[in-house]
Design a protein. Structure first.
Length: 422
């Protein structure tokens, strides 16, 4: 969608306001998440409750399952909504409240009943993850109607950069909490602050100027909707190839949840080192998000995904050779760039494949095709790490990421501006 081709009822002033409202969320979401980072803070939190690598590997597994599985269940409903913003705010509350409940559980039982706390953590984390998944198609549907294509990259890039800049301060504060206060007080403070930031950033989405979408004349039930999905993959071979690249990349992400644990177990990383990992992640995210967001708007999201897959694979292979904590700084930096590009472009590129009314279908299809690999890969990684150490996890991740890069380079054309499936 070009900025000159405005949707009915959406003016240039509306676009400017929409950009501002959605930017608040784009800044607040990564900032809030930084206080309970799934690659640093949460693995350390679980290490206080269990020594099981499999359970620690469940963090990304549950999150990926929760984010992607519900999409295909909710997409038919979202496609029938005339306005999606109120749905987003309501479900967003269900996404944020579990973080507060995790904090309360840690405060009440962190010292007295760690098995109970472990159970409650996973219970609330499941709710958090699945609520995120139920909101995913609606958010991208709103985005496709609220902003033109050439502004979406900078929205995510600027949001990630500013959120990352603030996240550096957040990481420093989190590190101070974790090193100053005994367990579980430091973690409780991190979770509460993360909850507050996420809650404040949610409500501006309810003010987005959204044009009402016409009700579909052929509303589909979930069974009929599911039956149509294989046909879309057969008809749209370019999108199918893109989904294949995302499957490979999902396997490539397997190692990310184990970098911190590897540094702690094998390289004797301290809580201060872990806080430094988070700080490096936030700092690199600032610069890379700005650059990659600009690149996405100018050259397309495909280019950003190619670069991100390559750097993710490189980081995983470097981790195999890491013999000290400073080498892991490089690993976290490369992984951060990779994930920044993924965050900016993996969802936005889907919007370039189809018109706005088909966005929930294509977003959910991309998610359901990759969810088994996103969910099972971290569990497999935990089993491999327990049986043979961390190097097989890093090797498989690196190879899969490079394969994803190759598929994107050779077999997925730039979808921006295409007029029909191909």
């Amino acid at each position: 969608m070009k900025s000159t081709d405005l949707k009915p009822g959406i003016s240039r002033q509306d676009i400017r306001l929409n950009y501002a409202f959605m930017l608040i969320d784009a800044i607040g979401y990564p900032l809030g998440i930084s206080f309970f980072s799934m690659t640093t803070i949460l693995p350390m939190f679980l290490r206080q409750l269990t020594s099981s690598n499999v359970l620690i590997g469940m963090i990304p597994a549950i999150y990926n399952l929760g984010v992607f599985l519900p999409q295909v269940l909710i997409a038919p409903r979202v496609s029938r909504l005339r306005l999606t913003k109120y749905y987003i705010v309501l479900v967003g509350l269900g996404e944020r409240l579990p973080i507060l409940f995790i904090a309360l559980s840690a405060w009440l039982w962190g010292s007295s009943d760690k098995p109970l706390l472990l159970f409650l953590f996973f219970a609330f984390f499941v709710i958090f993850s699945f609520s995120t998944g139920f909101n995913f198609p609606a958010y991208y549907s709103l985005l496709s109607k609220a902003l033109p294509s050439e502004l979406r990259g900078s929205l995510f890039g600027l949001g990630g950069a500013v959120g990352g800049l603030l996240g550096i301060l957040g990481a420093s504060l989190a590190g101070k909490f974790l090193t100053t206060y005994p367990f579980p007080v430091g973690y409780v403070l991190c979770f509460v602050i993360g909850f507050v930031v996420l809650l404040v950033s949610l409500f501006p989405l309810g003010a987005v100027r959204e044009y009402p979408q016409e009700a579909r004349l052929d509303p589909k039930g979930i069974v009929e909707f599911l039956r149509e999905l294989p046909g879309i993959l057969r008809k749209d071979r370019h999108f199918t190839t893109f989904v294949a690249s995302q499957v490979l990349w999902a396997i490539g992400m397997m190692a990310q949840g184990f970098f911190t644990i590897y540094a702690i177990n094998e390289l004797s990383a301290t809580p201060s080192d872990v806080a430094a990992f988070t700080g490096i992640t936030m700092g690199v995210n600032v610069v890379s998000s700005l650059i990659l967001g600009y690149l996405a708007d100018r050259q397309g999201h495909k280019r950003v995904l190619e670069l991100s897959a390559f750097l993710g694979g490189l980081g995983a292979l470097i981790a195999i050779c890491a013999s000290n904590v400073p080498i892991m700084w490089v690993v976290f930096a490369l992984t951060t760039i990779s994930m920044a590009g993924y965050g900016i472009s993996s969802g936005n590129i889907v919007l370039d494949f189809v018109p706005a009314e088909e966005v929930p279908t294509y977003v959910s299809l991309s998610g359901i095709a990759t969810v088994p690999f996103r969910s099972l890969a971290p569990i497999l990684g935990g089993s491999l790490a327990t049986a043979w150490g961390y190097w097989p996890v890093f090797l498989i991740s690196g190879v899969a990421s490079f394969l994803a890069w190759g598929v994107l380079m050779r077999s997925v054309p730039e979808p921006r501006g295409r007029t029909r499936p191909g």
